[in-house]
Write a protein that binds this ligand. Structure first.
Ligand SMILES: C[C@H](C(=O)O)C(=O)SCCNC(=O)CCNC(=O)[C@H](O)C(C)(C)COP(=O)(O)OP(=O)(O)OC[C@H]1O[C@@H](n2cnc3c(N)ncnc32)[C@H](O)[C@@H]1OP(=O)(O)O
Ligand SMILES: [Co+2]
Length: 134
């Protein structure tokens, strides 16, 4: 069911420093920071030839990544995002398989203006999984 790897997200304590690291040290193409209030994150997109990296920093008071940053003060890999053809069919399949769909189970519009859902890390080998409608 899952298709392409859409992105790997890395939570970082210092977004300008992480952006400079990817741009200047690793030589990658990076975007300007974008605030996504409904998701409680600010994101910088790093474009690679075959996928994307998202550098995430908490935005606002109730960010879902605040706890992760407290536990991992230097930052760390936070989630991976796979593309799916039909997000609602994917959600129903996950529920049937006994995997926990996070939030209210309804897709939100994600960073790429497409519907996304998150799956509990404890149900996926300790990795938070995001599904994005292709
Ligand atoms: C918009 C953009 C996009 O691309 O479109 C995004 O991605 S936005 C990306 C930001 N949005 C999201 O992450 C939304 C979905 N996330 C969530 O609902 C939540 O963050 C969550 C349920 C994964 C974790 O919630 P929480 O931090 O309050 O929970 P806890 O701290 O109690 O964590 C419960 C257990 O899960 C583990 N845990 C928590 N976060 C992660 C993670 N990212 N990867 C792997 N394990 C994790 C904890 O270590 C703990 O394990 P133990 O008990 O063993 O210590
Ligand atoms: Co993401």
């Amino acid at each position: 069911m899952i298709g392409k790897l859409n992105h790997v997200a890395i939570v970082v304590p210092d977004l300008p420093a992480a952006t400079a690291l990817y741009r200047d040290t690793l030589g990658a193409a990076v975007s300007q920071p974008v605030d996504l209030p409904p998701h409680g994150v600010t994101v910088v997109f790093v474009t690679l030839p075959n996928t994307k990296i998202e550098l995430l920093h908490p935005f606002g008071e109730k960010s879902p990544i605040a706890g992760f940053l407290e536990k991992n003060p230097s930052g760390g890999i936070h989630h991976i995002c796979y593309e799916v053809d039909d997000i609602l069919a994917a959600r129903d399949r996950m529920k049937e398989q006994g995997a926990r769909v996070l939030g209210d189970g309804e897709p939100k519009i994600g960073a790429h203006d497409k519907p996304v859902l998150f799956l509990h890390p404890k149900d996926f080998c300790g990795t938070l999984v995001e599904l994005e409608q292709a």
